[in-house]
Design a protein around this ligand. Structure first.
Ligand code: URA
Length: 227
């Protein structure tokens, strides 16, 4: 990568900005101070430091975010704060997409990624990726077998389908549910179909990713192989 890549065809001010930047900041590549704006380097292989701070390079960026209840899984909204408002610099500069939304009143693990293909890998039903939810119900849950066998519910297009639990652990009102699909309001609709109200819904795992020790509104970057 040339530091001044394509500068010749864009505005001359940009070229002088880079030169000025190099005059006013210490830019180091692999420990060597760089003064030339046309210096070539491979950001995958070489270590870049600016003013003594290591600048990590990511072709794509992925985050696990602990979405709090009340934040919308969308880019913009006039009524509610969105999950993107939780990101601080430098993460607020990335063009993130959401890989598997959570309802406004749900909380927990949300994957943000700049990689469109990765969104597909996480969300496509044929990938059968496990998602684990902690579900608090209005009454003690006694219908494990029905959920394992599957319940008929409707998707976002009002088409009925059989939704099955892959694994269930029950402790009175609290159910830890694993499913390997992720359709519109699926978890709520599965419990509603059996006459339960979902009081609280928290996603705690997708594939091998979990919330670690995140608190609400915080996030950590991960490599997609970790999924
Ligand atoms: N299922 C739901 O009903 N809501 C969510 O937010 C996620 C899964």
């Amino acid at each position: 990568m040339r530091i001044d890549k394509h500068l010749s065809d864009i505005k001359i001010e940009r070229r002088s900005m880079v030169k000025k930047f190099l005059l006013t900041h210490e830019v180091m590549i692999n420990g060597q101070v760089i003064k030339e704006s046309d210096y070539h380097f491979d950001p995958d292989q070489n270590e870049l430091m600016i003013d003594g701070e290591l600048i990590p390079y990511f072709k794509n960026m992925n985050l696990v975010l602990y979405k709090p209840k009340g934040y919308l899984s969308a880019h913009k909204d006039t009524m509610h704060q969105t999950v993107f408002s939780l990101l601080k610099a430098p993460f607020d500069h990335f063009n993130f997409k959401i890989a598997g939304r959570l309802d406004l009143d749900a909380e927990g693990l949300l994957i943000l990624t700049t990689d469109g293909k990765f969104v597909h890998e996480v969300t496509h039903p044929k990938k059968h990726l496990d998602k684990v939810y902690e579900v608090t119900l209005n009454r003690i849950f006694v219908d494990q077998e029905s959920l394992i066998e599957g319940v008929m519910i409707k998707d976002e297009f009002n088409e009925p389908y059989l939704a099955k639990a892959k694994h269930i652990k029950v402790s009175n009102h609290l159910v830890t549910l694993t499913i390997d699909t992720g359709k519109f309001h699926q978890v709520k609709r599965m419990f509603q179909s059996l006459g339960y109200d979902v009081i609280k819904l928290k996603r705690i795992q997708i594939g091998n990713l979990n919330l670690r020790d995140l608190t609400e509104g915080h996030y950590y970057p991960f490599r997609k192989e970790e999924l």
